[in-house]
Design a protein around this ligand. Structure first.
Ligand SMILES: [Zn+2]
Length: 959
């Protein structure tokens, strides 16, 4: 049939480029045919297809059949995306395109096919193997077909009956009846005789016609297509996956008017809007009629472990604004089926983003404890709570089988209170969402005795009904700790470092732009579009397979490009804005010039800074101490307060002892911290005899399957402490003493560290460079503290979270590796010590040891993950009083946000009598002024403040 009725021409796009429809159809096409091979991986081939429908198909529905084991998109001749193809032989295969529902015979039909040389899960071997750049794909099916509709109808009926016979409890009446019915159908069926199909359908209808009673469980089925925004393929392919999948779904909506589909991630909508304008118009129509339902309210389905509080806010802000602008309404359900941990602040953020409900799924993957609830109140640190539901089928790619309905009821842990569930069905990623067969099966299972009732509907309605019912739901307070993928706090260190630095860069950029806007409201133009573009890139990278480190190497090439763009352009913009603010300030007059120091934090700071090299200032590297209180979020000009120098000595064991007025720190000759005494705090000694800090330990780190994702509990049993190292004095005071520590971690990895103690702080900084070349090793730095406690306080978004240091129960031992932001603090009554960092997120605390996870070396899906040069720093910050009485939160900010200094003139430096302060908080040391920005739609100023320690606060904000 092929040669006579289907003619095929192809244009192979050179250099792995992805080109537009308009560009593609201008090219010169060559003839090709069934059986040819197309490649290599990631290449694109455009086909011009000309079909003539055979005369004998007159009056029939005719399908075009296509399979090349990869993904493809059908385009109409006028450039409208029609539907996707998913190659292969799996349950997700989609090989048919309905050419006509009633052929005339001889009809000429033309269209284009855009073939992408990748499968649903990229081009790797096995699910998470790195991509093979040389995969080729065979066009192995090319045909025209007329479906036997009776046969299809009976097949769907039979699938339900067979499923019920197999998956209902075997002693049940309905399982027995189903088996008997299935057997009868098989016995009447004779291949080739359509009358036996009719007889089979009649037998099936007797069984399927039996209805449920009133008390049956009710399921709302939501069509869905979980498209990872980048994972085993690059971002650019995701754009096309969205185009293929969503056009397929629009086609399905035309064929099934009752069919409903939920779709998240504003970024993917924006991509489709920009790249597929004709498809976008069809989507808007389907949104209006309630079939295509935007959900989620965020820019991407983000990681929730690592992004800062402000980043999470921006995810919601960018998402909700997009949905409101494009569709006239905000989302009501935060949709995050697939993420690797759930910050305890999410319920509060959901409410503040004008949403009420939460849907997730991933927690069902816990590898130690089973989460006890299905539908529950999830309560944030501040008591905010949202109704949360986890589909009890434990999948967001359901196939609409009787087994899934049975599983839904069986796994529902709160069914005594709420007799309803969601079923989220459809093939994700390249699968294009639900198949017609899924909808056919759902329709058959709507109300069948023995199965839960199921209907296609809306997520919002499902949650509203639970809320209205006043069900006595259980509550879960705080973090939803995910007991898997614990390696993702550490994997792909550079991406995490840039994420942190970009977050702080954008913070300062917005603060300075706001100060400039206030100083010069008439002519200063707030860089709204640039700032938004930067935030969109930072938020895109926070996608739940990108920031965690679980994507392929190609993705991180794009990530590095985006991060360095934000970093480079953002730094230039921030520096220019600082100059602008200084120029606009009437306090800085001609006579008062020198070095301006800008502090973007809301606390006064006393710090040592390096004086920039500049004309008119000393050319030697030198430091100066800045020590004035009373200024915050402002700047002052240079001054030198008095101080007591920091000194060092070497004892007879070759230990180096560094002394300032606050602390006395002792390092052994290999660079371990063997003594730390607080001279002010009652002479408190923080290291027990025989114990140590700054110990590097290499752990063998071979997970069971998910290489980049997982570090398993057994890795802690196989660690090797790096003993040997050298230490020398680098700087000898008076403002700073620094030591150079060098360590050979292994035959292939080395570490170089500068330890800095200044004259004016208790903090010890460890500025570290690492050359890393390992295979499945995990490097951590460890400190054993003389602190009596059974919990550690970790920073999380806009607050802190306490986790135990013991393994009393399986729930506690499951937290053998946890996420934290800028610090982890170990405190007892009266004293504590914090471990700060500038770009790390993994911690492991057990008994009196706190470990900071530095770097991993997984080999899949990125075989080169984290191999190379790394720069990071951490610090030890001892403090009198428990964490709750400490200033650790402020110290974490200070460690991450250096003062900015600027030479405002070459004139002799003189001190400004009073520092200039723009915003200051008084009366509440537990309140953080985190964000200052222009409002989105006016010149109003937004200030975001939060209480950081878990208490109440009454603060005065001074401007
Ligand atoms: Zn995902």
């Amino acid at each position: 049939m092929t040669e006579e009725f289907i003619s095929l021409l192809v244009f192979s796009v050179p250099d792995l480029k992805r080109i537009s429809f308009e560009e593609a159809i201008q090219q010169e096409f060559r003839p090709t045919r069934l059986g040819e091979w197309f490649g290599p991986s990631w290449a694109t081939h455009w086909f011009h297809v000309q079909v003539r429908i055979p005369n004998e198909f007159a009056g029939e529905e005719v399908h075009f059949i296509w399979n090349a084991d990869n993904e493809a998109l059908v385009w109409s001749m006028d450039g409208t995306p029609i539907q996707g193809f998913t190659g292969g032989a799996g349950s997700d295969a989609r090989h048919e395109y309905v050419l006509t529902t009633s052929a005339r015979g001889g009809d000429p039909i033309q269209f284009y096919i855009e073939m992408a040389c990748n499968g649903m899960f990229g081009a790797g071997n096995g699910l998470i193997g790195p991509p093979d750049p040389n995969r080729f794909f065979n066009l192995n099916e090319l045909d025209l077909a007329v479906p036997n509709k009776l046969a299809w109808k009976l097949l769907y009926d039979f699938q339900i009956i067979l499923g019920m016979s197999r998956d209902l409890p075997q002693e049940s009446l309905r399982a027995a009846q189903a088996l008997h019915t299935a057997n009868r159908i098989v016995n009447v069926f004779r291949a080739g005789d359509d009358r036996t199909l009719e007889e089979g359908i009649r037998i099936a209808s007797e069984f399927l016609g039996a209805k449920n009673g009133d008390s049956q469980h009710e399921i709302t089925a939501l069509g869905h297509c979980h498209i990872d925004t980048a994972w085993l393929w690059p971002f650019d392919e995701t754009i096309r996956k969205a185009g293929r999948s969503w056009s397929t779904q629009i086609d399905l909506m035309d064929r099934y008017p009752e069919y409903t589909f939920v779709c998240s991630q504003a970024q993917q909508y924006e991509w489709v809007k920009d790249n597929y304008p004709k498809l976008w118009e069809r989507i808007r129509e389907k949104v209006t009629v309630g079939q295509f339902n935007p959900i989620g309210g965020t820019w991407v389905e983000m990681d929730c472990n690592i992004p800062s509080g402000e980043s999470l806010v921006r995810q919601f802000l960018l998402g909700q604004r997009f949905f409101e602008e494009q569709f006239g309404k905000r989302c009501t359900v935060f949709w995050l089926p697939d993420t690797f941990g759930y910050s305890p602040q999410i319920p509060q953020l959901i409410l503040q983003a004008d949403m009420k409900y939460f849907f997730t799924q991933k927690l069902s993957w816990n590898n130690i404890n089973k989460f006890p609830f299905t539908t529950f109140w999830w309560t944030a640190l501040d008591g905010s709570r949202v109704i949360t539901h986890m589909a009890p089928s434990e999948t967001y790619n359901a196939q609409c089988t009787p087994e899934e309905l049975i599983r839904t009821v069986r796994n529902h842990r709160d069914k005594e209170y709420t007799n309803s569930s969601l079923l989220v069905y459809g093939n994700g990623d390249g699968g294009g969402g639900p198949l017609a067969g899924m909808i056919e099966r759902l329709k058959r299972m709507e109300n069948v005795d023995g199965l839960a009732k199921v209907k296609m509907g809306s997520a919002n309605e499902f949650y509203e009904n639970i809320e209205k019912s006043g069900a006595e739901l259980s509550s879960w307070k705080g973090e939803l700790y995910f007991e898997l993928h614990r390696g993702t706090y550490t994997t792909h260190a550079i991406t995490k470092r840039y994420n942190r630095s970009c977050e702080f860069l954008l913070r300062e950029l917005e603060i300075l732009a706001t100060l400039a806007m206030n100083a010069d409201p008439y002519s200063f133009v707030y860089p709204k579009s640039e700032v938004e573009r930067f935030w969109k890139m930072v938020c895109l990278v926070q996608f739940h397979d990108v920031l965690p480190g679980s994507a392929i190497e190609m993705v991180y090439d794009d990530v590095l490009r985006m991060h360095t763009e934000v970093d480079t352009l953002g730094t230039v913009m921030r520096d220019e804005l600082l100059d602008t603010v200084l120029q606009l300030d009437p306090n800085i007059s001609e006579g008062k010039k020198g070095l301006a120091v800008f502090n973007s934090l809301c606390w006064p700071r006393t710090e040592i800074i390096e004086i920039p090299l500049a004309e008119g200032l000393p050319t030697m590297k030198q430091y100066s101490a800045f020590g004035r209180t009373g200024y915050a979020l402002g700047y002052l000009l240079q001054e030198n307060p008095t101080f007591t120098p920091v000194t060092f000595e070497t004892d007879r064991n070759n230990n180096i002892i560094v002394d300032n007025i606050y602390i006395k720190a002792t390092f052994d000759k290999s660079g371990h911290l063997v003594g730390l005494r607080d001279k002010a705090g009652n002479g408190r000694e923080l290291i027990k005899p025989g114990e140590r800090g700054n110990v590097f330990t290499m752990y063998e780190d071979v997970p069971l399957f998910w290489d980049a994702w997982d570090t398993e509990i057994y890795h802690l049993e196989k660690g090797r402490q790096v003993e040997k190292g050298s230490v020398q004095i680098l700087e000898q005071g008076p403002l700073r003493v620094s030591l150079l520590i060098e360590k050979t971690i292994s035959e292939t990895s080395r570490l170089r560290q500068i330890v800095v103690i200044t004259a004016i702080s208790k903090r010890i900084d460890f500025e570290t460079e690492l050359d890393w070349n390992e295979n499945r090793q995990f490097l951590k730095v460890e400190f054993a503290w003389n602190i009596l406690t059974d919990q550690v306080t970790y920073e999380t978004q806009f607050g802190t979270i306490q986790r135990p240091t013991h393994y009393n129960t399986s729930w506690e031992s499951a937290k053998f590796e946890v996420v934290g932001h800028k610090f982890a603090d170990m405190s007892e009554y009266g004293y504590g010590v914090a471990l700060l960092n500038d770009c790390k997120y993994g911690y492991a605390a057990h008994e009196n040891v706190v470990r900071l996870s530095l770097i991993r070396s997984p080999k899949a899906p990125d075989p080169n993950c984290d191999i190379g040069h790394h720069v990071f720093k951490y610090a030890v910050y001892p403090h009198e009083g428990h964490f709750l009485q400490s200033d650790v939160v402020a110290e974490g900010f200070k460690f991450n946000v250096p003062l900015l200094s600027r030479v405002v003139s070459t004139a002799k430096a003189t001190a400004l009598s009073d520092p200039i302060s723009h915003f200051r908080i008084e009366g509440a040391p537990n309140v953080v002024l985190d964000t200052i920005k222009r409002a989105e739609d006016s010149d109003d100023v937004i200030l975001r403040l939060y209480e950081a320690y878990g208490g109440h606060a009454t603060a005065r904000l001074l401007t």
